[in-house]
Design a protein around this ligand. Structure first.
Ligand code: ADP
Length: 300
């Protein structure tokens, strides 16, 4: 009798299994058409429709209508305060963790509304990982930083292999394989950031969200992370917020340019997307004069 589940427990288990299936990358990959050479046929991973975010009464962004594509790097650029990080946090429901924050509109991830009542935000964040501006390793060994997520998730298989795999994908294995048990705080800033990327990769996410991941790094470490992003996009999709326009031009496939608009009272500032297109178009032949002014450095 002890092994029998109550009806409620059975439903809980079914819901959990459905959520895990829904957000498992292999399931996600099966659910979409294979990438085709025609750019219009490249599968979108997020379809965002009229997305708005409020912090209490204040509207931070409005009417964001963009499709982010699978196995691409999408860059979000624009002046400070235009809502790039706010929008990025919508994509893995991180804004749910901010008291008073509210998301309106629709974000469809692999065909499912990310904000539907049956979607578990914890499952979402497992499948859609995040890396922040400042490297934030845990005060633990390099090994335990990587093993943390897989342990919490109860991932099956050899932990040594999971750790090695993630560190290899994070382009860090050769530098740290002989000191896995040493504290992560002993690493350089660039290594710490690659550790955070490897940590995010350890739970096998489908998407990586990066919020200015190189702004605290020197040019050599920045170059390593950019190379890593280009390698990773063959397997996952990446959305990056960057202040560095050269970086957006170097690594991204598509770019969304955000700006801040003032309402008629001149008091309320709201972020909005001016233009979203292929990165080469945004940087060489944008459709909107505001984009042209920003990318040419006239304003920003
Ligand atoms: P960006 O990333 O483009 O610099 P943000 O998304 O950080 O812009 O901010 C957009 C707007 O939302 C700004 O006016 C900012 O002050 C506001 N904002 C951001 N985070 C919060 C928060 N946690 N609480 C209240 N307002 C916020």
């Amino acid at each position: 009798m002890a092994d029998e589940l109550t009806t409620e427990e059975t439903h809980d288990r079914e819901r959990e299994e459905a959520a895990a299936r829904r957000f498992h990358p292999s399931a996600a990959r099966e659910a979409v058409a294979p990438a085709a050479p025609d750019e219009h046929a490249v599968a979108s991973i997020f379809d965002c429709r009229k997305v708005a975010v409020f912090y209490s009464e204040k509207r931070a962004i409005r009417d964001v209508d963009i499709d982010l594509r699978q196995n691409e790097i999408s860059a979000l650029i624009g002046p400070s305060g235009c809502g790039k990080s706010t929008f990025l946090r919508c994509l893995n429901r991180m804004n749910d963790l901010i008291p008073g924050a509210r998301v309106d509109g629709e974000i469809v991830y692999h065909g499912e509304n990310l904000y539907a009542s049956n979607i578990d935000p914890v499952q979402v964040r497992k499948r859609i990982g995040m890396v922040f501006q400042k490297p934030n390793p845990f005060p633990k060994s390099i090994y335990d930083n990587i093993a943390f997520g897989p342990r919490v998730m109860g991932m099956k298989g050899s932990m040594d292999e999971i750790v090695e795999g993630a560190l290899r994908r994070g382009a860090l294995w050769d530098e740290v394989k002989d000191r896995l048990k040493t504290n992560a705080f002993g690493m350089s800033g660039g290594q710490q950031q690659r550790l955070c990327i490897a940590r995010a990769l350890a739970t096998e996410p489908d998407v990586l969200l990066m919020d200015e991941p190189c702004s605290a790094l020197d040019p050599i470490s920045t170059g390593r992370i950019e190379d890593l992003m280009l390698e990773l996009k063959t397997k996952i999709s990446i959305v990056i917020v960057t202040h560095n326009m050269q970086q957006a031009a170097r690594v991204s496939d598509r770019t969304a340019f955000f700006t801040v608009e003032l309402d008629e009272t001149g008091k309320n500032r709201t972020g909005a997307v001016v233009e979203y297109d292929r990165t080469d178009k945004i940087f060489t032949n944008p459709s909107d004069s505001r984009t042209q002014d920003y990318v040419s450095g006239k304003f920003g």
